[in-house]
Design a protein around this ligand. Sequence first.
Ligand SMILES: NC(=O)c1ccc[n+]([C@@H]2O[C@H](COP(=O)([O-])OP(=O)(O)OC[C@H]3O[C@@H](n4cnc5c(N)ncnc54)[C@H](OP(=O)(O)O)[C@@H]3O)[C@@H](O)[C@H]2O)c1
Length: 186
Amino acid sequence: MISTPDGVIDVDGRSRPLGGPADQARLVELRAAADVVLVGAGTVRAENYGTPSRSDLRIAVVTRSCALDFSTPLFTSGSGLVVTTVDAPDVPVESVREGTGQVDLEAAIARLDAGLVHVEGGPQLNATLLDADLVDAINLTISPMLFGVNGPSWATAPHAAREFALAWTEGRDGFLFARWERVRTA
Ligand SMILES: NC(=O)c1ccc[n+]([C@@H]2O[C@H](COP(=O)([O-])OP(=O)(O)OC[C@H]3O[C@@H](n4cnc5c(N)ncnc54)[C@H](OP(=O)(O)O)[C@@H]3O)[C@@H](O)[C@H]2O)c1
């Protein structure tokens, strides 16, 4: 996720104004390590998700409604799949279905058979994952821009309190890149 120093994560519904080449390069680094990208349907709709540059990278879109545009390259390329509930509508692409009424994300992620699942938000998906304690690390970019607008935080409250330890920081072209790793006590 990318955020402004005052906690804004999108401007007029898009995160692109917050970013720049250094932030795009960081996203490429993060995707390079990933086996699957997990992303909420709201983010796919708002950000017009396209085909990933890595042809072997799968984009798993979490949705209850399954109201997605399956004619877009994300899906026609075969990169996109749907993560939803057992009782959700049929979709014309591969789907992983776990849970009734609510997606059972732990079971669904296990079925993705991926070593590293890279989550790209948005705030509703992040909050659900945090609440279920499924987040092992947070990679957050702080943008050098302030926009003077109100907006959502990168995780929609409420969710359970979770503690993370700072593992890495780097500054590049005005952006601050940080990684926190989950502190799990027995
Ligand atoms: N700054 C950043 O790095 C960044 C990153 C990502 C997104 N964003 C911004 O965030 C905004 C989108 O926010 P959002 O809250 O709509 O994001 P979201 O979490 O991507 O989307 C919410 C939608 O995703 C599906 N969803 C999420 N969690 C789910 C769950 N646990 N189970 C089932 N379905 C789930 C539902 O889709 P259905 O409605 O289809 O059921 C839900 O309505 C956009 O403006 C985008 O620009 C910013």
